[in-house]
Design a protein around this ligand. Structure first.
Ligand code: PLZ
Length: 450
């Protein structure tokens, strides 16, 4: 297996030398519990020391296989060479001027790259922000300024962030919204084509879900009142739901016919994650606006709204911004991340990861009745766990499996509206041996559960 990690050489091997979490992590965790607000949870309290390639090393000397990438962020690996090189050079030159006060080239270069990389050959413009939620909020601001309408349509199982407006756009109450209302008004939620859970079965799911969504928008909101339809081309926190083929194009077409801004939230699915630069390319969708974050900058906080120049320019001069949006170090990191994606052809890597993972997971699904479905594409793959012989969600077994994997030194994340989906988001530079070893651990954990 060729060495794909751009980062400094961190041995690419799993090593479990203490209980997980080990004594040093436990000590740090006690300090965390005393000093950090309880609302900020922790999936697995091992404290990081170094990370790179497909490995996370903790303070006790354990090396874990990383199937999470910090929630789909370190797509190019941690501390990827080009990210470190460019960000370090920028750190030495200047750390901040505020782009709204004294602009700099890196911001403009990232905007030019986004115009090249996002779908469609129309004139495009970009605005940069710090987090995914901020990008989504700004996409809504821009769409409202452009259409002079207020309503925003989102979908069942959708996730768009934790700020007030994006909580309103997010579908799941616990843990994202509970006790935090009231939420922003003029947000309307409609069905999404979730093939595995569509009541009449997967065959007509795309047409039926699209018809229901369009009917609800038309009858309950009025298409002429809708500023934006916001959707994740693969729904991430909702459970790695791939809308049934045909659904997204139908919704995009409806938006176009009614002067509604179609916003693809590619914050989790973008930047090579699904084996394409953006997941919406799979069905040839050209969104009016696209929101990106996570994988864009190799772990530095950066987010963007990119889209049709005439829509992006609808907000008045000075109407968009923020002190740190498009921070120069984050922009340098993004240029390094994009360079890495091109140089290592990470889209091909993502497709290879799918080729390795999916058949093995499908085999496990044949053997173990708790796996209801294997789905996803590229390096955005998931299993949905159910009570055997039914489609009843099985969050208990999902949690137990995750715990068993963690104890063996495999970091996995769960997700889903029903908490019953285990998702796999390895860095795209992970070695194939580690990928297979991670799957071996999962298989062992399944055997124990069954
Ligand atoms: N849109 C599609 O996936 C972030 C959430 C983690 P921020 N998803 C991870 C958590 O529990 O907070 C996300 C996303 C999609 C928007 C966001 C929000 O991005 O950078 O977390 O604000």
């Amino acid at each position: 297996m060729p060495e794909l990690s751009g980062g400094p050489a961190l041995p690419q091997e799993r090593r479990v030398v203490t209980a997980i979490p080990g004594p040093k992590s436990q000590e740090l965790h006690a300090r965390k519990q005393a000093a950090v607000a309880d609302g900020v949870g922790t999936v697995l309290p091992v404290y990081a020391k170094r990370a790179g390639g497909g490995i996370l090393q903790d303070v006790d000397g354990n090396s874990l296989i990383d199937f999470g990438s910090g929630i789909a962020v370190t797509t190019v690996g941690n501390s990827a060479e080009a990210v470190v090189r460019r960000a370090a050079a920028q750190l030495a030159d200047f750390t901040h001027t505020c782009f709204m006060v004294t602009p700099y080239e890196g911001y403009v270069e990232v905007a030019e790259e986004l115009a090249r990389l996002t779908p469609g050959d129309h004139a495009k413009k970009t605005a940069l922000f710090n987090s995914g939620a901020e990008a989504v909020e700004n996409a809504v601001k821009i769409a409202r300024a452009h259409t002079k309408r207020q309503a925003v349509v989102v979908f069942d199982h959708g996730y768009h962030g934790r700020t007030n407006l994006t909580m309103a756009l997010t579908s799941k109450n616990m843990p994202y919204k509970h006790s935090f209302g009231p939420f922003a008004p003029e947000v309307y939620r409609v069905p999404v084509a979730y093939p595995y859970r569509w009541l009449t079965g997967p065959e007509n799911c795309a047409e039926e879900a699209a018809a229901q969504a369009i009917d609800q928008i038309s009858k309950q909101v009025g298409a002429g009142n809708v500023a934006a339809i916001v959707i994740e081309p693969v729904l991430g926190e909702g459970g790695f739901i791939e809308p049934a083929k045909g659904f997204l194009p139908r919704i995009a077409e409806f938006a176009k016919a009614n002067g509604i801004v179609f916003v693809a939230d590619e914050i989790q699915s973008g930047f090579c994650r699904t084996g394409q630069w953006f997941a919406c390319e799979d069905e040839g969708i050209v969104p009016d606006l696209i929101t990106t974050a996570k994988g864009i900058a190799g772990g530095m906080p950066l987010a963007a709204v990119t889209g049709r120049a005439e829509i992006m320019d609808a907000a008045h001069v000075g109407g968009l911004g923020g002190t740190y949006g498009g921070n120069p170090v984050a922009c340098a990191a993004a240029l390094g991340a994009i360079e890495t994606m091109r140089e290592l052809d990470l889209n091909a890597r993502a497709r290879r990861i799918e080729e390795v993972m999916k058949p093995r997971l499908q085999k496990m699904a044949e053997q173990y009745g708790v796996i209801g479905e294997v789905r996803g594409r590229g390096a955005m793959i998931a299993i949905e766990l159910v009570k055997p012989g039914t489609k009843d969600p099985n969050p208990e077994v999902t949690g137990a499996l995750a715990k068993a994997c963690h104890e063996e030194g495999l970091l996995v994340l769960t997700t889903g509206t029903y908490g019953n989906v285990m998702r796999f988001l390895p860095p795209l530079v992970i070695g194939e041996d580690l990928l297979n070893e991670g799957l071996d651990i999962l298989e062992g954990a399944l055997a124990q559960q069954a």
